[in-house]
Design a binder for this molecule. Structure first.
Ligand SMILES: Nc1ncnc2c1ncn2[C@@H]1O[C@H](COP(=O)(O)OP(=O)(O)O)[C@@H](O)[C@H]1O
Ligand SMILES: O=P(O)(O)OC[C@H](O)CO
Length: 496
């Protein structure tokens, strides 16, 4: 029996999961790490913390299972996307904390790019919109704001990368400076049709090419863990952005197959095959993966706050002790009692794309309880996802028959029932909800011959539970209309 080690570096925690060749979880370890919010709308991670947490959980899971590195066929890395850092090529020291995907500090720079008429150029080449979400403007901010960074970058002393590149660099003891096509497609710097960094975009953002990693396939042997590492000798054979990883782990291999992941944010991706579909509804066109030299694409809707709304009920409002308590609290009431909760804590992603929107709880009356607010939080997550699916339906000219779901918050049956209700299609949860990690394990396993091809993987996907809509189409439409009224009220709030 072959084993694979997936390193899943998420926004709130680092996980290491060992899978067997049947795609089942053999063991897992997880560690949360600190979030830094230095100013309103800013979000940072300490890259050294991320690396340490990731290494610790990898060592922990192997120890728990009494495995040596030689017992594992390969490592697959999957990661929170867009989050970017710069580090010293020789010492491996980061020059600043990583700027997280949710961070809004480059909103004014994005406004300027838009005012300069760069939207079409960027959309045509990258499949993305102009938004602080993507890495490019974050890198420019680091080069312009960390003393000496630009000179060091131009002298070739610095490496830049998203978290996949950082983990590969650290794991290999500084040997590898690589990223994969799915991660590169989130930077605003890659031409997704040509598969390479784009000089016109680099000039536009004033970024030197030398700092960037080389763009590799999502499934290939890039190198191995350094001889000094506790994982010494383990092959690094898969790299993929976490949302694309989940699409792969859900075995959405054919055009038209889609999934939604409920983690910190919510990300709905639909495989569009060998063609990048240009969205007319403010969705993103992105690389799903590059395997055996072939690039496949996805249409994506990104919602910035999903499970994090529940995290805020726990850490910000203090009305629950752990995220899983939200379900019991939300079930103390029949419905949200007229309350809408728009969790635009870090602006709005698709389809509204407003970095200046901020969260709102609206419709509160004297009868409102914490139960109503918890319920409204779950509604808010599901209603954002409904906005994404509507855009996809319009772009593709056809409706999905069901939606596969996964991620940390997908254990919540109440959330998934609300989701099926507002979507008016069945929502299906697989047995393995750690599909992000599973996708990375699959990609690594394909590279080292654990499976001959995707068909050998396809039949491993199994249903855990199916949620069918329980409300009428009229009621769903009415809930969605109320939701849109609430969303409109949050827009532009933080704009000076
Ligand atoms: N039972 C639950 N109901 C709703 N949300 C939950 C539940 N359990 C966890 N969450 C939320 O899911 C998120 C964690 O999911 P995870 O997939 O680990 O996220 P990430 O990969 O972004 O770190 C957190 O924001 C947490 O608040
Ligand atoms: O950490 P997650 O799982 O919410 O994923 C974050 C996304 O990759 C951001 O684009």
């Amino acid at each position: 029996m072959a084993l694979l080690l997936a390193l899943d570096q998420g926004t709130t925690s680092s996980r290491a999961i060992v899978f067997d060749d049947a795609g089942s979880i053999v063991g897992a370890a997880q560690r949360e790490f600190q979030q830094h919010f230095p100013k309103p709308g800013w979000v940072e991670h300490d890259a050294a913390d991320i690396w340490q947490a990731q290494l610790d959980v990898a060592v922990e899971v192997l120890a728990k299972l009494k495995l040596k590195p030689a017992d594992v066929a390969a490592i697959g890395i999957t990661n929170q996307r867009e989050t970017t850092l710069l580090w010293d090529r020789k010492t491996g020291e980061p020059i600043h904390r990583a700027i997280v995907w949710q961070d809004r500090r480059t909103a004014a720079f994005c406004d300027q790019l838009r005012a300069d008429g760069k939207e079409d150029l960027i959309r045509d080449k990258t499949g993305l919109l102009i938004d602080p979400y993507f890495s490019g403007t974050k890198i420019a901010w680091l080069l312009d704001n960390v003393p000496g960074a630009r000179q060091r970058a131009e002298a070739g002393e610095l490496c830049c990368g998203t978290i996949d590149a950082w983990l590969a660099f650290k794991l290999s003891g500084g040997e590898l400076h690589v990223t994969d096509a799915s991660n590169a497609s989130r930077t605003l710097l890659m031409n997704i049709h040509e598969g390479d960094w784009d000089d016109e975009l680099l000039t536009l953002l004033n970024l030197p090419r030398e700092i960037l990693p080389s763009i590799r396939f999502s499934s290939e042997v890039y190198g191995e863990a350094s001889s000094k590492s506790p994982l010494a000798g383990l092959k690094i054979a898969g790299m993929v952005g976490d949302q694309q990883g989940a699409l792969f782990g859900q075995t959405c291999f054919d055009a038209g197959a889609a999934k939604n992941t409920y983690g910190t944010g919510c990300f709905m991706l639909m495989n569009t095959g060998a063609e990048a579909v240009a969205s007319k509804h403010r969705l993103l066109s992105t690389v799903a993966w590059k395997v055996d030299g072939v690039t496949e694409y996805a249409l994506e809707g990104a919602v910035f706050i999903g499970g994090a709304a529940v995290g805020w009920l726990r850490d910000g409002l203090g009305v629950i002790k752990s995220s899983s308590d939200v379900e019991a609290l939300a079930n103390t009431v029949e419905d949200s009692g007229g309350v809408s909760f728009v969790p635009a804590f870090t602006g709005l992603g698709a389809p509204d794309w407003d970095p200046y929107a901020r969260g709102a709880i609206i419709g509160i009356t004297r009868g409102t309880t914490t139960g109503h607010i918890a319920r409204a939080a779950l509604d808010g997550v599901a209603l954002q996802v409904a906005d994404l699916l509507e855009g996809m339906h319009h772009d593709l000219g056809q409706a999905l028959s069901e939606l596969r779901v996964d991620g940390g918050a997908s254990v919540n049956d109440t959330l998934l029932q609300i989701q099926a209700d507002v979507l008016q299609i069945p929502v299906v949860r697989p047995k393995v909800t750690e599909t992000t990690a599973l996708g990375a394990a699959y990609l690594a396993g394909l590279a080292v011959g654990v499976w001959p091809n995707r068909d050998a993987i396809r039949q491993q996907w199994q249903v855990d539970k199916r949620f069918a809509p329980k409300i009428s189409a009229d009621e769903a439409a009415s809930r969605r209309a109320t939701w849109r009224r609430a969303v409109e009220r949050t827009k532009g709030w933080a704009q000076e």
